[in-house]
Design a protein around this ligand. Structure first.
Ligand SMILES: Cc1cc2nc3c(=O)[nH]c(=O)nc-3n(C[C@H](O)[C@H](O)[C@H](O)COP(=O)(O)O)c2cc1C
Length: 400
């Protein structure tokens, strides 16, 4: 993922410093070149030997050491990276950088660098809530620095609250966004649906389908990577949304329809990647239906068609639909495209190998409003998400 990218990891003196070792390992595993610099306080928590071994590079500790035979070591280190990640970032180091204090190797290198910097704060909850800390963080954000917000939970001091170092997975995702993202969708509000819906029969049973949500989640990630303001409305599943996404979790088609209706007036783009159940039981029993030997029938009724409803007040909004067809794919999808006034429809056939629900790959064709059909080879869902977004960006440009 980070092939040949140069990552400089700064470690400050917080208890979460030990997690930086795993971060170094993860970047190395993803083919990045990694260097580490540490504050003097960090030396109390983790050794340079560990980090030098994992990064396979010498660790920068001291501005004034002549070991590398360089008099301006901080400038050489500041020019080297594609991104700097301060993990953990202490209250102290955030305050120093926000105030332009450069009194050690880490702060001097960061302030001398033009590379993007990602701060990963970790501290006690009261330190994190401290107004001086918050003001410093705000100042850095308004100066273009990036932050990965800490999580909530049990802290090393035994207290509970906000201040735990973010998950390493989230830090890697932010690095990916900062390094590879672009701003083609900046200022655009993109509303995406994903996953299946569940239509309850009784408290323990439901009607659903095999959708995993992978395609919708991949689209949401790709849209964030391009600077969009993304809302993802998803049915039940086990996927974690990419950081930066506004995530709304729903169960039924009716809940999904309500959430979409609420977000729609603001949206520039609607992508309906969810596999919304067409039908729901007419009656959902409040108690578990007992088995007997006679059997039972479920009377079902239609759910609203979310895309069809959205087309009533479409305006200049771009609508992208998905179609799952096991026969007459093109003709059936063209009918949907026309009936629902879509700008683009993604057609897939789950009977094709590697295609459709649950797979990490998909083989689709795209049909646009002008009814041009483009067939794609088997692609990963994230590659496909990028292709769909390329099309969407083209459509947004035509609308402007
Ligand atoms: C056991 C221990 C744990 C600490 N953990 C944190 C922490 O998680 N976050 C933080 O901001 N400061 C923490 N501190 C305080 C910092 O180590 C202290 O502010 C230090 O000056 C930070 O130096 P640096 O920012 O140059 O690394 C801790 C101190 C001790 C003794």
């Amino acid at each position: 993922m980070f092939s040949e990218k140069k990552i400089l990891i700064g470690i400050a003196g917080g208890i979460a410093a030990y997690k930086a070792a795993e971060l170094v390992r993860q970047f190395k595993k993803n083919s990045a070149k990694v260097r580490v610099m540490m504050t003097q306080a960090a030396l109390n928590f983790i050794t340079p030997l560990t980090l030098g071994t994992l990064s396979e590079n010498p660790v920068l500790l001291d501005l004034f050491s002549q070991e590398e035979n360089q008099s301006t070591v901080h400038i050489d280190w500041a020019r080297w990276p594609d991104v700097i990640i301060l993990c953990p970032a202490t209250l102290n180091v955030v305050g120093k950088i926000a105030s332009g204090i450069a009194d050690d190797a880490v702060t001097t290198t960061i302030l001398a660098s033009t590379a993007p910097v990602i701060f990963c704060p970790a501290m006690n909850k009261e330190m994190y809530a401290n107004k001086i800390y918050q003001a410093n963080q705000e100042k850095l954000i308004s100066n273009g620095y990036h932050f990965v917000a800490p999580g909530k939970g049990e802290l090393a001091c035994g207290e509970e609250g906000w201040g735990r170092l973010a998950e390493l997975e989230d830090i890697l995702s932010e690095a990916k966004r900062v390094l590879f993202g672009d701003q083609a969708l900046k200022g655009k509000k993109v509303l995406i649906t994903a996953g299946p819906t569940r239509e309850p029969i009784d408290p323990v049973r439901f009607i659903s389908n095999r959708s995993s949500g992978k395609m919708g989640f991949a689209l949401a990630e790709a849209a964030v990577m391009r600077g969009a303001d993304v809302t993802l409305v998803s049915g039940p599943g086990c996927l974690k949304p990419f950081p930066g996404i506004r995530f709304i979790s729903v169960q039924t088609a009716t809940e999904m329809a309500n959430q979409v209706a609420g977000c729609l007036p603001e949206a520039d783009v609607l992508v309906m990647a969810a596999a919304v159940s067409d039908y729901r039981p007419k009656v959902s029993s409040a108690r578990k239906i007992k088995k007997d030997d006679v059997g039972f029938a479920i009377e079902i009724e239609r759910n609203d068609d979310i895309l069809l409803k959205a087309s009533e007040n479409k305006g200049s909004r771009i609508h992208v639909g998905f179609s799952v067809e096991t026969e007459n794919e093109i003709e059936n999808s063209l009918c949907k495209l026309r009936k629902k006034d879509l700008d683009l429809i993604v057609v897939n056939n789950p009977l094709e190998d590697g295609s459709g629900f649950e797979w990490d790959t998909n083989k689709v064709c795209l049909i646009d409003k002008a009814e041009r059909v483009e067939r794609y080879p088997l692609l990963s869902k994230s590659e496909l998400a990028d292709r769909i977004l390329d099309k969407m960006i083209g459509l947004l440009k035509t609308e402007q």
